[in-house]
Design a protein around this ligand. Structure first.
Ligand SMILES: Cc1cc2nc3c(=O)[nH]c(=O)nc-3n(C[C@H](O)[C@H](O)[C@H](O)COP(=O)(O)OP(=O)(O)OC[C@H]3O[C@@H](n4cnc5c(N)ncnc54)[C@H](O)[C@@H]3O)c2cc1C
Length: 471
């Protein structure tokens, strides 16, 4: 997300910009595995870069979503109290909001809470209302930012892990497969691997530790159980388990917070599930694990100072956008603007490009248009009449459009169109999506992967016995 936001921001200027991504598609790191909340800005503690940039970032999402056509809704949040000790914490949170001039932050009593969110635990005695909070489709946002940047001249190299960076002399030389990239500036936005990339130029900071968060997605049956994102009263170390109405109308519960050594550890666990559902049920008693249709985990990149690390380093031309833990999604647009400003201060010539295209066509989602509109579209293009994903009503035309816009994997299709995200979790549409991907790219079915890197789904009969089967 951070790299994508910076890339788009830089393409406003007459510059040669390259985004180098080790995965086969952008957004496949932590940015695809989060809660999708655009935080209201009142939760983050003062005196931190996180706190400063969360509210600044929040205010940029409405315009971004309008320009780029991804899903965003300002649904607000409620942080709830069960006893007087919690109420004291809530007052502090509300004051943080007032200190930042965040509009509408106020404390509600039980009557107002019951009226607005009748399915919350009846033992809740007070809540902070944060109307500025929202929810976004984080992967859609990543794709849209990059598609816009590419339309404005970004050089995008995917499947290209940075393996070495030569510093010294007049600039930096980045090795990422293919031709090395000679550049004046490098921005290290490598998520949980930012420490590794910083080491490539000899820096000992930042250090990055992993903190895993498990999330559980519930069936649409529970769609309107809450309107706002529900936060428990936070503790000094954790925001706690939340109940989140996602942009797409499902309810998500999570995330856990567990320190992990392995920065790639995205396994969900029985303990994580039990903790999540127990705590979510304390907020909203109607929630049950029987409604769970999918689960995933992501790893937060936590820097040694427990704050964002954004800015220049002792290596000339080498900048960090590291340690971008939560609320990094919220802050992303503000981080991007901050970095571009810093690059300007460091001598980058920021000459605006008047031909910068700020908007992108909004992709059609059959599920969100009327039957009349869909019928009209199907008369013009029969692919709109062929449904690929029944649960989420995704048509063949949308799958083709996603492939045209850069989807190369099943996850790439899923995150752009929602095919495979519904109740049956791809049981019905996976093979059709694979066929369409194979036909469009001229690849064999056995070359189609879930998310690249050997995650293929079927073996060619001729390869049986010779291919290495992933464990
Ligand atoms: C469970 C969970 C819930 C969260 N919920 C929220 C939320 O609701 N709201 C919010 O604001 N924030 C949330 N966050 C935080 C948010 O997800 C992150 O702050 C954000 O995604 C960080 O983006 P990033 O670009 O720094 O990292 P990433 O998305 O991981 O991007 C880094 C990219 O660098 C690439 N890369 C790494 N090494 C190399 C290399 N050597 N060469 C080339 N490429 C490389 C990776 O493949 C990856 O694509 C949550 C985080 C988690 C884990």
């Amino acid at each position: 997300m951070i790299g994508c936001a910076i890339a788009r921001e830089l393409t406003r200027y007459r510059l040669d910009v390259v985004l180098v991504e080790s995965e086969v598609e952008v957004g496949f790191g932590t940015s695809k595995s989060n809660s999708g909340i655009i935080h209201g800005g009142h939760h983050t503690e003062p005196g931190t870069l996180k706190g400063e940039l969360a509210w600044a970032g929040n205010q940029r999402w409405v315009r971004l979503a309008q320009e780029l056509g991804f899903g965003f809704r300002r649904n607000g949040d409620l942080t709830v109290a069960f006893d007087e000790a919690d109420v004291e914490v809530l007052e502090k949170i509300a004051q943080q909001g007032r200190d930042r001039d965040i509009p509408g932050v106020e404390i509600w009593g039980p009557d107002k809470i019951r009226l607005e969110e009748p399915n919350l635990n009846q033992d809740i005695i007070a809540a902070v209302d944060g109307p500025t909070a929202g929810v976004v489709n984080p992967y859609e946002a990543c794709f849209a930012l990059v598609e816009c940047a590419v339309a404005n001249g970004l050089g995008l190299r995917v499947g290209a892990p940075v393996t070495a960076i030569e510093a010294g002399g007049d600039g930096l030389l980045v090795h990422a497969g293919g031709e090395p990239i000679e550049t004046q500036f490098v921005i290290n936005a490598a998520g949980v691997h930012a420490e590794k990339v910083a080491r490539m130029v000899g820096l000992l900071e930042p250090t990055i530790r992993g903190r895993k968060g498990e999330e559980y997605l519930l069936d649409k049956r529970l769609a309107s159980i809450v309107q706002r994102t529900i936060f428990p009263c936070p503790t000094p170390t954790s925001k706690g388990i939340l109940v989140i109405p996602t942009f797409d109308g499902t309810i998500m519960v999570g995330p856990t917070a567990q320190a992990v050594e392995d920065l790639e550890d995205v396994a969900t666990t029985a303990v994580g599930a039990a903790t999540t559902f127990d705590l979510a049920r304390r907020l909203v008693p109607g929630i049950s694990e029987r409604d769970c249709i999918a689960e995933f985990a992501g790893v937060r990149a936590v820097a040694g100072n427990n704050d964002f690390v954004v800015g220049p380093t002792s290596v000339p031309g080498f900048f960090n956008a590291a340690g971008i833990q939560s609320p990094g999604l919220t802050a992303a647009p503000a981080i991007a603007e901050m970095l571009v400003h810093m690059l300007g201060e460091a001598g980058l010539d920021l000459l605006p490009r008047p031909e910068f295209k700020r908007t992108m066509p909004r992709p059609v989602h059959a599920a969100s248009i009327s039957v009349g509109e869909l019928t009209e579209m199907a008369e013009r293009d029969r692919r709109f009449a062929r449904v690929v994903c029944r649960c989420e009503l995704v048509t063949e035309a949308e799958i083709h459009d996603a492939i045209d816009r850069g989807a190369r994997t099943l996850d790439g299709l899923k995150f752009r169109t929602r095919a495979g995200m519904g109740r049956c979790q791809g049981g019905f549409c996976t093979s059709r999506c694979m066929q369409l991907l194979a036909a469009e790219s001229g690849a064999a079915m056995s070359d189609i992967t879930k998310r690249g890197d050997g995650s293929w789904l079927v073996l060619d009969r001729n390869q049986l016995g010779t291919a290495e089967v992933p464990t």
